[in-house]
Design a protein around this ligand. Structure first.
Ligand SMILES: Cc1cc2nc3c(=O)[nH]c(=O)nc-3n(C[C@H](O)[C@H](O)[C@H](O)COP(=O)(O)OP(=O)(O)OC[C@H]3O[C@@H](n4cnc5c(N)ncnc54)[C@H](O)[C@@H]3O)c2cc1C
Length: 113
């Protein structure tokens, strides 16, 4: 799409390539999907590896490149981003974190980032 057509009201759009032989498409309205920017700054500061979109790279066990750090949902590099998948990934990541805490002994330190 190269242009929204209409004065007081949307009547269509000009297309960047023909659709059904026409370079305009009549419409009553438009929903502009703005995309999403992952809020992964905290993870980046921790040294967690991100992909080119800024999403946290995870494996099938929700692990990041940093031991003991897990990620889930929209901020992770999973392709399908919906509420239900985010919730399921969150449960999975929480379970993996629970297992990690139970299987390891820790000396707790406080660090300001
Ligand atoms: C316009 C739109 C429509 C959508 N429609 C649907 C739909 O119809 N059905 C559907 O299933 N999904 C829909 N989705 C997708 C769905 O909203 C997401 O997949 C889901 O909310 C992801 O959940 P999440 O917990 O991973 O992330 P989020 O819901 O984004 O939650 C992350 C939270 O973390 C907070 N946060 C970020 N950084 C920090 C920080 N440093 N410290 C503390 N808190 C922080 C944020 O403020 C936010 O509250 C839609 C998304 C959009 C944008």
């Amino acid at each position: 799409m190269t242009e929204i057509l209409g004065e007081q009201k949307v009547i269509g759009v000009k297309l960047d390539r023909p659709y059904n032989g026409k370079d305009t498409l009549s419409l009553d309205g438009i929903f502009i999907a703005i995309g999403g920017i992952p809020h992964s700054e905290l993870a980046r500061k921790l040294g967690v590896e991100l992909n080119e979109k800024g999403e946290i790279k995870i494996d099938r066990s929700s692990r990041t490149n940093i031991e003991g750090v897990y990620a889930a949902g929209d901020v992770a590099d999973t392709e399908f981003k919906q509420a239900i998948t985010g919730v399921a990934e969150g449960v999975h990541a929480a379970y993996q974190a629970y297992k990690y805490v139970n299987e390891n002994e820790f000396i707790y330190t406080r660090q300001t980032i």
